[in-house]
Design a protein around this ligand. Structure first.
Ligand code: ADP
Ligand code: MG
Length: 699
């Protein structure tokens, strides 16, 4: 790769209508009014919106835009955009470029085909999009993209942004109540922050196109393991190949232009697997940015003759991909609430927020689990490459020890050496050393933030963050309720911490999360071990979930039920597509190539016998082996077809999804096993698709 000088300060954010652009393009009073709306949520005057729209249009046109779109995040998990040109006809048969305040603030895409889980009856299928001015507009290709929320006419959220914004607000409100009790008079709001590390695979486009499974489902449904896998761990942090480095650089430049702080890049454990991490941002922006990251990764790959696979498990037998969701809370005036303090007062505040998280994760482990569930992730969680399906919290020995001291030390007893007394004792400096981190924990404290490691690589990070924000908000509200009544504040804090640690300390686990002992230990502790997406989904509609989300205004019951329906249906549809793809590959590719090879072997036996009556026992043996395998393969194929047809007839979203999980999915596994064996005995020249070796090692 040739190096030309890049001025990053010039490139960064050049396609974003950011603060600098606003200052340049907006009159001073308009700028101030807009800032008030962005920072404080003040209502935006329509007259101001008109001026902003016009300025935004002028800015975008200068960046080469001809169109605008309300960029939104429907329940598909992808982003959606419908472009409108800026043109408006004039009387003399020409056009002028126009963009009104109304068009900026509200859109009405007739987006009736997006999943709504029954919220939108077809006769009033319209939804509308509303500008989210807390996430800046940007120009992508030739289009001004305006980040928007997507709702039904009756106000229900139809997207992944609306509830995220609501959950951030809920957390801010409850966290502020607690901060006020600690005497904070300077902060105005609490913002949750997220840094999402993104894993992905890159494979050659020519190979990709020849694999129906990758094309239709994003993962390989057949494929024997090559002689070499990831066992040498020579790929992890290895030197980056030129072709890949060129790709990564282009992704980064594109992202920098969009204001995404792409920071770290490296090779991951599996061959052809890589990772990118940005610098953290507010949850809302981090979520928008992660969508841009995934979108950009795919688009740029195409330009390089590559395909970027974001699926959680593109290849059996080598590690799959995830997304580490680093999460914290901070005040608008710059204090990280998960940063251990140096004074007794700061310690107490830190410990209260920490305890709130511990309790939230214990009480709502089922919600965190479902927030990380998708069809692809079922192949990873609990498979010794990703965190187990059991939710637990890693705190490290020192912090765990402190919590134990809190439990032991009664609020009034200051004489017992080593006991933690709130308002008196300071915390020892906690190590922030990376080597100390436990990679097997699904939810790990890493010095000043938590890292939620179960998140699927292909999914929007909205869901996990909605849950994190909401469950922590809920515990903080309980804490505020109780401390607001306290007479002796420090003593009450001490008691509260003791109660929480006693009741919820079971969720803390610092050992090896991949071990069988942990599975057994977790069962003893009564922690849920929810093995699949289908079993995780009902957590969305329990009484507990409805009470939690409606109390904090994040989801109402209708919205929860709609989401429940959507994810169940999505699961069933995805397994059905996978099953149908396997059936097609089996019938039209694997069986024919097996039969061709069998015919060649038979022909060879006949020809040789006729010519010389020589020994043909090798061919005969191979032919027998192959024929036996083909017979078994055909039987497994028939079995899969039967259950997959049956699945289509099953009534009820949950019952149907369970049927796909319990009957169709195992039948797919059985077919694959024989198919992969056939691959290892059929002549390479006759094999109808690129192999794992091609896909993983020929990039
Ligand atoms: P590792 O791979 O060791 O987990 P990385 O440096 O790759 O570490 O990723 C850490 C991520 O955590 C980065 O995206 C970083 O910006 C993010 N992060 C750091 N501080 C915070 C914070 N206060 N809130 C949220 N995310 C944070
Ligand atoms: Mg990480």
């Amino acid at each position: 790769m040739n190096n030309t000088k890049l001025d990053l300060s010039e490139i960064f954010g050049c396609n974003v209508f950011n603060d600098a652009a606003m200052r340049e393009y907006l009159p001073k009073d308009t700028y101030k009014a807009l800032k008030r709306t962005i920072d404080k949520g003040a209502e935006l005057d329509p007259a101001v919106a008109e001026v902003v729209a016009n300025a935004m249009k002028n800015w975008a046109i200068n960046k080469g835009a001809t169109h605008f779109t309300h960029w939104f995040q429907p329940m598909t998990g992808f982003t959606a955009e419908k472009h409108d040109a800026f043109i408006s006809p004039t009387e003399d048969g020409k056009v002028i470029m126009e963009f009104s305040g109304k068009e900026l603030i509200k859109g009405e895409p007739d987006a009736s085909s997006f999943p709504s889980g029954g919220i939108r009856a077809t006769f009033e299928a319209r939804g509308y999009t509303a500008w989210d001015c807390t996430s800046p507009a940007f120009v992508k290709e030739d289009t001004l993209c305006i980040p928007t929320a997507f709702c039904s006419y009756t106000g229900e959220a139809l997207d992944k942004k609306t509830p995220l914004l609501r959950s951030m607000e809920a957390l801010s409100k409850q966290a502020m109540r607690v901060l006020k009790l600690f005497g904070n008079s300077t902060s105005e709001k609490v913002i949750t922050t997220v840094g999402a590390e993104q894993e992905y695979f890159l494979i050659d486009k020519e190979f990709f196109k020849k694999r129906k499974d990758l094309v239709y489902t994003g993962r390989t449904l057949f494929g024997a393991l090559p002689p070499k896998g990831q066992e040498l761990e020579d790929h992890y942090f290895g030197s980056i190949k030129e072709r890949i480095a060129a790709y990564m650089k282009e992704v980064e430049v594109e992202l920098w232009k969009l204001g995404v702080t792409a920071k770290t890049r490296h090779n991951e454990v599996a061959p052809a697997q890589h990772e990118m991490a940005p610098i953290f941002a507010s949850t809302n922006i981090a979520t928008d940015h992660n969508q841009l990251v995934m979108d950009t990764m795919k688009k740029v790959a195409n330009r390089h003759g590559l395909v970027c696979l974001l699926h959680e498990k593109p290849f059996a037998g080598v590690n799959g991909s995830g997304k580490h969701n680093n999460w914290s809370m901070g005040t608008d005036d710059g204090m990280n609430l998960l940063e251990p303090g140096t004074t007794p007062h700061e310690n107490a505040q830190f410990l209260v927020f920490l305890a709130a998280i511990i309790k939230a994760v214990d009480v709502h482990a089922d919600l965190l689990r479902v927030s990380a569930a998708n069809t692809g992730n079922d192949h990873r969680l609990g498979a010794n490459e990703a965190p187990p399906a059991i939710i637990s919290v890693f705190l490290g020995d020192q912090l765990t020890d402190i919590l134990e001291q809190i439990v032991k030390g009664p609020a009034t007893n200051s004489k017992q050496g080593g006991m933690m007394k709130i308002g008196v004792t300071t915390l020892p400096a906690l190590p922030k050393d990376a080597t100390d981190r436990n990679r097997t924990s699904p939810f790990a404290f890493t010095g000043n933030k938590f890292e939620f490691r179960m998140v699927p690589s292909s999914a929007s990070i909205s869901g996990p963050n909605i849950v994190l924000n909401s469950i922590v908000a809920d515990v903080l509200s309980e804490i505020a309720d109780s401390l607001e009544k306290a007479e002796d504040f420090n003593a009450s804090v001490q008691l509260l911490l003791q109660d929480i640690v006693k009741a919820h300390g079971r969720i803390v686990f610092n050992g090896n999360g991949y071990s069988q002992e942990w599975v057994e230990e977790a069962t003893k502790r009564g922690l849920p071990n929810i093995s699949s997406t289908v079993e995780a989904i009902p957590a969305l509609v329990t009484e507990k979930a409805v009470a939690l989300f409606s109390k904090h205004g994040v989801f109402n019951e209708i919205e929860l039920h709609s989401r429940y329906e959507i994810v169940l249906e999505e699961y069933s549809k995805q397994i059905n597509i996978e099953a149908k793809t396997m059936i097609e590959m089996a019938k039209r590719q694997i069986l024919p190539s097996g039969i061709k090879y069998a015919t060649e072997l038979a022909a060879s036996i006949n020809t040789i016998k006729a010519a010389a009556d020589a020994d043909t026992s090798v061919q005969a043996e191979l032919l027998t082996e192959l024929s036996t395998a083909l017979t078994s393969f055909k039987a497994k194929l028939a079995a899969l077809e039967t259950v997959n047809n049956e699945a289509a007839e099953v009534e009820g979203a949950l019952t149907q999804a369970r049927f796909y999980r319990e009957s169709v999915f195992p039948a797919m596994g059985e077919l694959r096993e024989v198919g992969d064996y056939i691959e290892t005995i059929v002549d390479e020249a006759l094999w109808p698709m690129p192999t794992y070796g091609d896909l993983l090692f020929q990039v």
